[in-house]
Structures are given as structure tokens and as C-alpha cells.
Design a protein around this ligand. Structure first.
Ligand SMILES: [Zn+2]
Length: 373
């Protein structure tokens, strides 16, 4: 079995015990694969004077040139012939422009499935008990390739679903946001016994809770109900609230305490499932690593320092997403977390100071600009 596949079969109990040797070997294997099969990627690495042969230890991983997420929005960087792809996912840009195209092969999906199965089982999210699903995201529709829609839809299969309701519904005029419908559903379902699971954009969840609070609505969702958040704050950064404010609001309006609130994190350019622990920290799972880089020099920073988030994973042979540079700021924490997990955890600060970052991401893209832009 390839090192890449063994990494994604990390035993459930070991998800947050990082095996650095296996990780770097899998990264080297992945880098060599793309170098061999993807002319454009080879050209990029050659131009940066980097070869997969340069990866000889875990410490060498920081030398792999990170590709900015912006780069995937402007270039088709697929490594294989089109018939090898089972899924082509795009990021959640709203206009149809500026979206990344990431192709995953059957083996990529198997690796993804190995990961998702174990992470959900580790966090006790599989259940045989029926649930009602309330999704703060897109209703599935055949024309919707957004990864976030696919992920949200997948989530509704974690337990038998008695019902599925969506915040962004498909109508004859396209997608429409309909939070009022979800408010009615919350009120109706809170009178029953079937636990509710919500998933989706934190911003929509927050807006609806605020709206319900303003009307003086106070519910107690059935025992076992879970609120889960994922998909980031998108264009609602200004509305971004402190996590504790959100937890208090959820308790006040829905009667769900923060032990039953989960947050997920992932990106189309980095399809790794990060789940927060009981203390709401995103511990790094064995499938990925995070390097925080200086905003100006892109040099790796120490834990505790703020910089750009660089995400690494050898998951995909379909697309060279082994090292991607986001335009989000973050910090790695190596303090001991009371939850007991040993791995460092990532705090995502979002895009504060977005102007500087834009310049930097654009600058990094400049660096990579080849003949085929
Ligand atoms: Zn923790």
C-alpha cells in the first residue's frame, strides 16, 4: 500500500497522535507523483529550484513551494486525464468567478472516506438513531458543484434522517435564502422527541438565532440535539461574533449547551476534516500539517506567532494540493489542551488586515506566474 493510503488509514485512536515519519514519506510520494504526471506543476517546482528528491526529512516539508489558493482559481492544475476524475468540486465563490477547480480521483475519494469515517466515529457523530437535519446551506441541486453543498449533503447521512430542511432553497428563480422557514421548523420540531442536528454556515445560523431572540423565542431542542458549524463566515466577516457570544445565544434560544456544538473546518483546496474538541480547539489530525508563515517573508513562524496559514496534505493525486497557502491568518498553539489530545491546535483568525494579505497572496502568485497564465 502507498504511504499516502496508509496515512489515511491511521487508527481511529491515533488520529491526533502525529506520525511525522509516515507523513513526510507520504508527502514525498505525493510530490513525486505530481512532479512526474503534471507538466505545469513540474515547471513551477523547477522554476523554484525544488525537486521531490529534496524531501529527506520531516523538516524539509516547509521547503515545498506552497501554492496560493488564488492560484487554483486562475489555473487548471489537474494532474490527470479528465476521465480519471470522480468528483470535480469548486470552492464556494458566489459569482461563479474566482472559484478553485479541484479534481479528485477514485483513490483520493477512498482516502477521504477513510478519514471522514474515522474522524466522525472518533467524535461519536455516527448514530443509528433517527435525526432531523436542519442545514444552513444549499439545498442539493444537480447544477451545484460547490464542495460545501456536497459536504453538507453528506453530513445528513450520519444517521437516518427523518427530515431535511435547508436555509438556501432551490426555487424556479435560482437559490433563495429562507430563514423564516427554518424558524418555523425549529419551533415545530422542538415539541417532538427526535433530536435535531444542524449544520452549516455560522453566519446564517447566527442570523437566525438573533432573529428568534429578537422575537423572544426560547426553545429547548430535544435531548441529543447537536449544532454544528462549518463553511466559514464568508462575506459576513463584519458580523463575526466571538465564539462565546454564539454559544450563549444558542443556549438561550435553542437550549443547546456548548458541549453539543461542533465546528468543522476544511477547504476545497484542502479537503481535510478538522473538528474541534470539547474545548473548541482545532487539533491537527495526522492527515495534515499546518505551517504558519510570516506575512511578508513567508518564512515559517514559531507556535504562538500570527501569520498566514499554509496547509499540507498528501491526500490527492488528482490535483497538486499538497501544500497550499491560504489568505487566512492563524496561530498554532502548543499549550496543553485540557481535552487530552497531544497534537498542536490551530486558531483561525480569519482575514483581518485583508489588504496586506491580498498584496501578499497576489505577490506569491506573481512568483508562480508561468507562460500559461
Ligand atoms: Zn483540545
Amino acid at each position: 500500500m502507498s504511504k499516502m493510503s496508509s496515512l489515511f488509514r491511521t487508527r481511529k485512536k491515533k488520529i491526533y497522535c502525529l506520525d511525522d515519519d509516515l507523513f513526510y514519506l507520504a508527502m514525498k510520494e505525493n510530490c513525486s507523483f505530481h512532479y512526474k504526471h503534471n507538466k505545469d506543476y513540474k515547471t513551477l517546482l523547477d522554476r523554484m529550484h525544488f525537486s521531490p528528491e529534496d524531501i529527506n526529512s520531516y523538516e524539509d516539508l516547509e521547503k515545498i513551494p506552497p501554492l496560493p489558493t488564488l492560484y487554483f482559481k486562475h489555473h487548471n492544475l489537474l494532474s490527470l486525464k479528465s476521465n480519471r476524475y470522480w468528483v470535480k468540486a469548486t470552492s464556494s465563490g458566489t459569482s461563479g468567478k474566482n472559484v478553485s477547480l479541484i479534481g479528485l480521483t477514485f483513490t483520493d475519494l477512498l482516502r477521504g472516506w477513510d478519514m471522514v469515517r474515522r474522524v466522525f466515529s472518533y467524535h461519536h457523530l455516527w448514530s443509528l438513531r433517527p435525526h432531523r437535519y436542519i442545514v444552513f446551506g444549499y439545498e442539493p441541486h444537480k447544477g451545484n458543484d460547490k464542495a460545501i453543498a456536497k459536504t453538507a449533503h453528506g453530513f445528513t447521512f450520519l444517521s437516518p434522517a427523518l427530515s431535511k430542511d435547508y436555509a438556501i432553497r432551490w426555487t424556479k428563480d435560482g437559490y433563495k435564502v429562507d430563514l423564516d422557514n427554518l424558524e418555523k421548523k425549529f419551533i415545530k420540531y422542538s415539541k417532538g422527541k427526535t433530536p435535531i442536528r444542524t449544520l452549516g454556515f455560522p453566519a446564517y445560523t447566527y442570523f437566525l438565532l438573533e432573529q428568534m431572540k429578537a422575537k423572544g423565542i426560547k426553545l429547548k431542542l430535544p435531548k441529543g440535539s447537536v449544532i454544528s458549524l462549518g463553511g466559514g463566515w464568508k462575506s459576513f466577516y463584519k458580523e463575526k461574533v466571538d465564539k462565546q457570544v454564539f454559544y450563549d445565544l444558542a443556549y438561550e434560544v435553542l437550549g443547546v449547551d456548548d458541549k453539543h456544538i461542533f465546528e468543522f473546518f476544511g477547504a476545497v483546496e484542502h479537503p481535510i476534516l478538522y473538528t474541534d474538541c470539547r474545548y473548541h480547539h482545532f487539533h491537527i489530525p495526522n492527515y495534515a500539517r499546518v505551517i504558519i508563515r510570516d506575512v511578508e517573508t513567508l518564512k515559517p513562524l514559531k507556535p504562538g506567532q500570527v501569520g498566514l496559514i499554509n496547509l499540507l496534505t498528501p491526500m490527492s493525486v488528482g490535483t497538486p494540493i499538497l501544500s497550499v497557502m491560504t489568505d487566512d491568518l492563524g496561530i498554532l498553539h502548543e499549550e496543553i489542551c485540557p481535552c487530552g489530545e497531544k497534537s498542536v491546535y490551530l486558531e483561525i483568525l480569519g482575514r483581518s488586515g485583508v489588504e496586506d494579505i491580498k498584496t501578499c497572496a497576489a505577490g506569491a502568485e506573481e512568483l508562480l506566474k508561468g507562460d500559461k497564465s
